[in-house]
Ligand binder design. Structure first.
Ligand code: FES
Ligand code: FES
Length: 164
């Protein structure tokens, strides 16, 4: 009887189509990590406060602990695993590395995804614009200055079409 409550969803994750059967309470973060084994999406607070679980849903940054997998039928999801091309990192990932935008790295996938969404819309954000776009992401290590520098450096590299 319980199984009848399950829902089948078709979703494209990092360019690959998946058809999955999920139970109603399954969170998107749980679906990505435990059904698809995409563990780059981190689970922190699970109450939509820390941003560690941020992914792009149809291009918009969302906290994947705050969405049910059953709600994403027909959507496109981009996770941190989908950013690089398998050989090189995305410019945002490279800039976080080069500008020391991370320490322990637990928050980093969420910051990187929020930054990608920002830079896709605004490749040359001011300090305030970066801080505003990343306001839903919490880092317990860095003090944020290096994260802001990383995002602005990534924007420059994306405009130049190079990550050197
Ligand atoms: S784990 Fe989703 S916002 Fe913290
Ligand atoms: S780098 Fe440790 S929580 Fe952000």
């Amino acid at each position: 009887m319980k199984g009848k409550l399950k829902k089948t969803v078709s979703v494209t994750v990092n360019g690959t189509e998946h058809e999955s059967t999920v139970s109603p309470p399954t969170l998107l973060s749980e679906y990505l990590r435990e059904h698809l084994h995409l563990t780059g999406t981190h689970r922190g607070c699970e109450t939509a406060k820390c941003g560690a679980c941020t992914v792009l849903l149809d291009g918009e940054p969302v906290k994947s602990c705050n969405i049910l997998a059953a709600q994403i039928d027909g959507s496109e999801i981009l996770t941190v695993e989908g950013l690089g091309d398998g050989k090189s990192l995305h410019p945002v990932q490279d800039a976080f590395w080069d500008c020391h935008g991370m320490q322990c790295g637990y928050c980093t996938p969420g910051f990187v995804m929020a930054a990608v969404a920002l830079l896709n819309e605004n490749p040359d954000p001011s300090d305030d614009e970066v801080r505003s776009a990343l306001a839903g992401n919490i880092c317990r290590c860095t003090g944020y200055t290096k994260i802001v520098e990383s995002v602005q450096e990534a924007g420059k590299r994306m405009q130049e079409g190079t990550d050197e």
